[in-house]
Design a binder for this molecule. Structure first.
Ligand code: NDP
Length: 486
């Protein structure tokens, strides 16, 4: 076809369209004709434009960029993309809110997702974190219930603060994350002005096979900035897409945001005798025990060209762990290793890893084959292994030491084995007393009261007060005063 400027409209099959505006009819006012296959294609495709939205983290935005190693970490990991100071790896980072749907306002009180895909030479490495170093629950069997309590009721289809506090007050392990959520960090000013955390404990393994437990902290180079509750509510009314627009405009105008990656490293043997369970996702490792050290810098410098293709169809999975990096006994992490790829197969389809945004930039020689919408040819025959036809063969030496750990004990349903300081209220209490300043403490109490005053029963208000009294008596008293005046 002759190339015109602007180009000629075609059907999806590349055939020149005869009109952008008029359907084919028998006479100008007559009935429409079934042979107008372009009209039928337009209507049918429109009905199929959406993939199911993510059950959580539905609303988000993302950008491309790179990660650059600034400090030598080869003593702790043999991961190739971390092997040399100055080494750069392409990344894609998606930010999101958690509980709302696709069109939900960006500035509501909620944790924010911070999901990174590193396109390494050894395959995709995904670090699927949040803007908080902790989480509401520590066992994946409570995750679905937790999320339902934050979403919508079965009868009215409304969100319900009573339901939220019901779950939280019956789950004391939530107190640390709810403290973060109700503080001003629960309403970040922009995605650029918040930290990102890997949150879970992971394993790093060096070239000598030595194992370490690690935590990732991406500290914003823009500085932390938050909205007050009132500012966030005002922005929710003024511009529901405020965070999406802010990131897009910043990168469009060359104001590229960056984060400094800092790590905490715990010697492998420390975990068993540490004063609390280091794999408990509701706890941080205090910095005085395991100080942060610099590793690298992450920069975002390119907006997606197509939101649906790149952001909506992006698929992050904590199970994508490259040689030198492994999982840990964190039960939430172990649950997520299954649930993320599972949701992508449902939401996008079994061949989601062949979409350009998810495709590794390293060679793929898998024996998985066929299925809906598979289009990359793969390696062809032989279609099975082992084979004597020179097909791909596993090379265990490339992966090296298996990132496993020792296990023992009977099969049980129980909380993780107890350490001496495994309480639920200690760390949120420390945050309230030692990390927040007077204004932060005041805002925390006011934000809690504002949230818990809405739609909650008198019995629930009493439970809310008791919950915060357990975090700190002064905070409990401030919440009591706000909720019932005494
Ligand atoms: P530190 O004093 O060494 O660290 C306190 C941490 O709190 C810093 O990482 C700081 O990082 C962060 N912080 C500062 N202001 C706020 C705020 N308003 N809301 C949330 N976080 C804030 O103490 P510890 O390591 O002993 O931790 C004490 C408490 O701090 C913990 O119980 C936890 O509640 C909180 N915390 C700890 C983190 C950790 O990884 N150890 C991480 C974040 C919070 P920054 O200003 O860069 O965000």
């Amino acid at each position: 076809m002759t190339e015109l400027r602007p180009p000629a409209t075609t059907t999806d099959a590349g055939i020149a369209a005869t009109s952008d505006e008029h359907s084919l009819s028998a006479g100008p006012d007559g009935p429409l004709l079934l042979q107008d296959h372009y009209l039928i294609q337009k209507m049918a495709q429109f009905n199929r434009e959406r993939t199911p939205e993510r059950v959580v983290h539905a609303k988000g935005g993302a950008a491309h960029g790179y990660f650059e190693v600034t400090h030598d970490v080869t003593a702790f990991t043999k991961a190739d993309f971390l092997s040399r100071v100055g080494r750069r790896t392409d990344v894609f980072l998606r930010f999101s809110t958690v509980a709302g749907e696709l069109g939900y306002p960006d500035t509501v009180r909620d944790p924010r997702g911070f999901a990174i895909k590193f396109y390494t030479d050894e395959g995709n490495y995904d670090l699927v974190g949040n803007n908080t170093p902790i989480f509401f629950v520590k066992d994946p069997s409570k995750f679905q219930d937790f999320i339902r309590s934050q979403k919508r009721r079965a009868d009215s289809h409304l969100r319900d603060n009573n339901m939220q506090w019901d779950f939280w007050t019956l789950s004391p392990e939530s107190a640390h994350q709810v403290t973060f959520l109700m503080s001003d960090r629960g309403t970040p000013r922009t995605w650029r002005h918040m930290n990102g955390y890997g949150s879970h404990t992971f394993m790093w393994i060096n070239a000598g096979g030595e194992k370490f437990w690690v935590k990732y902290h991406f500290k914003t180079d823009q500085g932390i900035e938050t909205f007050t509750d009132a500012e966030a509510k005002a922005m929710t009314a003024e511009e529901p897409d405020y965070h999406l627009r802010d990131l897009y405009d910043a990168i469009r105008t060359g104001d590229n945001p960056s984060w400094t990656l800092k790590m905490q490293v715990m010697p492998y043997e420390d975990a068993a005798s540490y004063r609390f369970n280091p794999f408990d996702l509701t706890k941080v490792w205090p910095h005085r025990d395991y100080p942060l050290f610099d590793v690298g810098r992450l920069v975002l410098d390119r907006n997606p060209a197509n939101y649906f293709a790149e952001v909506e169809q992006s698929a992050f999975e904590p199970s994508n762990l490259v040689p030198g990096i492994g999982a840990s006994p964190d039960k939430m992490l172990l649950g997520r290793l299954f649930s993320y790829p599972d949701t992508h197969r449902y939401r996008i389809g079994p061949n989601y890893l062949q979409l350009p945004i998810n495709q590794p930039k390293s060679p793929v020689h898998s024996y998985n084959k066929d299925g809906a919408m598979r289009y990359l040819p793969g390696h062809g025959d032989p279609v099975y292994a082992p084979n004597s036809a020179d097909g791909p063969r596993a090379a265990p030496e490339l992966y090296g030491t298996d990132p496993g750990w020792g296990v023992s004990g009977d099969i049980v349903r129980a909380a993780a084995s107890l350490h001496s300081e495994d309480d639920d209220f200690g760390q949120p209490g420390t945050m309230y007393r030692e990390v927040l300043d007077d204004t932060g403490r005041d805002h925390l109490a006011t934000n809690i009261v504002g949230h818990a005053a809405q739609d909650t029963t008198p019995d629930m208000k009493a439970r809310v007060i008791e919950y915060w009294r357990s975090v700190d008596p002064a905070l409990g008293a401030a919440v009591a005063k706000g909720l019932n005046g005494g």
